[in-house]
Design a protein around this ligand. Structure first.
Ligand SMILES: *Cc1c(COP(=O)(O)O)cnc(C)c1O
Length: 474
């Protein structure tokens, strides 16, 4: 595949930039008046073909099953896109007056309300642009809360199974990170936690269900111990897809949580595009939420920028409105019953896959799972590891699972089918994994040299990470 610049040859592009004669140079500075920019010279049909061909080299949930654990790559209904493109939404300027944006404000207000009902919290901010940004907002609130009480607490506890953004966020906010080990069942080790609790512990961040796809059986005890210690309990809600409509984070004892709309509520993600990570809090923490808050006074929606205790702004305007809008549409379409059914189906699909796959791959923690589970490469012969198996999966037209995460399982393969996969596609995935397991014994070369039929073959990931090419010289 060539770069667009390599398609360039002089005179192909018949479009010509008008001459600059007569342009008022006091308005447009000289440095912008040049027509020797090194742009590719390519005819329109070639441009269209180039980008179409590039898009076909990509793999997404619209091409095939994408069981990337921890990411909830569910199908995003196209109606979300269709409605979000309506000009009433798409052309609305973020600086337009409240009186002209009542519809949009109402959607944000109602979405916060739905998230409160789903989780039990009192108030949400929709401003954070990602799950990790929600974490940042939450930990800033934790900091502000203890400033307000005069406590000098400088430590936040995080289980060893946590997503990397948890310790990163905590460190960014100036807290010390202390890691809590898991027991052999994948729960927080309660005895060790007890020994770690003291007057320095501001909070604990816990993912529920955790990143092994397991519901922590010690959750109630953990919550009680933290609160007895005067600490706050932060819920990482990235895995809400497993429990929405069935249990509420507030009822489980959390003081705050973030939700990844781009995971649970079917808004597009991947490629670093816009996401949304709303943060919900209990009533006692609501005054610290970022500004502006959307409020309803009689039947008018207003933006309230007045808040003495707020941590301030954390995003321009009101967050990623178009993403919130898609999540709103999804929730409205499913309704309360549909939300619950989505979670139940996600858990059922994961347990079905786990029950079938544990017969052929090692399952380090053998418990009923939630919406995802973790296999590993123990016992695979001929020097084949998780990395090769993941590459071989690509050859058969599926996206690979998440690999080597969570870190506490060596050679982890983390599989999350989501509720949007049919029984047929789950069975096809099992067939492929059976075939690959057989190849490991009978034709190891095919696995060791994979991928063999993707647009890009095995890349040197170490080289790519250590010497990235960040500029392109003609
Ligand atoms: C995805 C994820 C995050 C981070 O969310 P982003 O939206 O990618 O910033 C945090 N914790 C867990 C458990 C996750 O799966």
């Amino acid at each position: 595949m060539k770069l667009i610049f390599e398609h360039s040859s002089k005179g192909q592009n018949k479009y010509r930039i008008p001459s600059y004669e007569g342009i008022n140079k006091s308005i447009i500075p000289d440095k912008f008046l040049r027509n020797d920019e090194p742009l590719p010279d390519v005819a329109e049909p070639e441009v269209v073909r180039h980008y179409n061909n590039l898009s076909r080299m990509n793999f997404g949930v619209d091409n095939g099953m994408y069981p990337l654990g921890s990411c909830t790559m569910k199908y995003n209904p196209k109606i979300n896109e269709k409605l979000a493109k309506r000009s009433g939404f798409a052309d609305l300027h973020p600086l337009s007056d409240e009186s002209c944006s009542q519809g949009a404000l109402r959607i944000l207000y109602d979405l916060s309300d739905y998230l409160c009902r789903i989780t039990g919290f009192s108030q949400f901010t929709l401003a954070p642009a990602a799950g990790s940004h929600g974490e940042l907002t939450g930990v800033m609130i934790i900091k502000k809360f203890f400033e307000s009480t005069g406590d000098k607490r400088d430590t936040i506890l995080i289980p060893d199974s946590a997503h990397g953004t948890n310790p990163a966020t905590v460190a960014m906010c100036g807290f010390k990170v202390k890691e809590v080990p898991s027991d052999s069942e994948g729960n927080v080790d309660i005895e060790v936690l007890k020994s770690m609790l003291n007057e320095n512990v501001a909070a604990m961040m816990l993912t529920s269900p955790n990143t092994l796809g397991l519901y922590d059986r010690n959750l109630a005890a953990v919550s009680r111990m933290l609160h007895e210690n005067g600490s706050l309990f932060y819920g990482d809600g990235a895995n809400l897809n497993a429990t929405m409509g069935r249990t509420r984070f507030k009822d489980m004892g959390f003081d705050m949580m973030h939700i990844n709309l781009h995971k649970t509520f079917s808004t597009p993600h991947g490629g670093g595009g816009p996401g949304s990570g709303p943060l919900g809090v209990t009533a006692k923490l609501a005054k610290f939420l970022p500004i502006p808050c959307i409020e309803k006074i009689e039947d008018r929606y207003i933006l309230n920028f007045e808040s003495e205790d707020s941590i301030g702004r954390i995003h321009s305007f009101y967050g990623n409105f178009a993403i919130c809008l898609r999540a709103y549409i999804y929730i409205r379409m499913l309704g309360a019953d549909g939300i619950r059914e989505a979670a139940e189906t996600a858990v059922l699909n994961a347990n079905y896959l786990m029950a079938r796959l544990k017969k052929i791959y090692n399952l380090p923690i053998d418990r009923t799972c939630m919406h995802e589970f973790v296999l590993n490469d123990k016992g695979i012969p001929n020097g084949i590891t998780t990395n090769e198996i993941a590459k071989r999966i690509l050859d058969y037209g599926f996206h690979a699972p998440t690999v080597y995460f969570p870190l506490l399982i060596s050679g982890a393969m983390m599989i999350e089918p989501t509720e949007t996969e049919s029984l047929e596609s789950l069975d096809r995935f099992v067939e492929v994994l059976e075939k690959i397991r057989k190849e490991c014994d009978e034709n190891p070369e095919a696995v060791l040299s994979a991928p063999g039929n993707t647009p890009v073959r095995r890349v040197d990931t170490v080289l790519a990470a250590k010497t990235p090419v960040l500029t392109w010289d003609q």
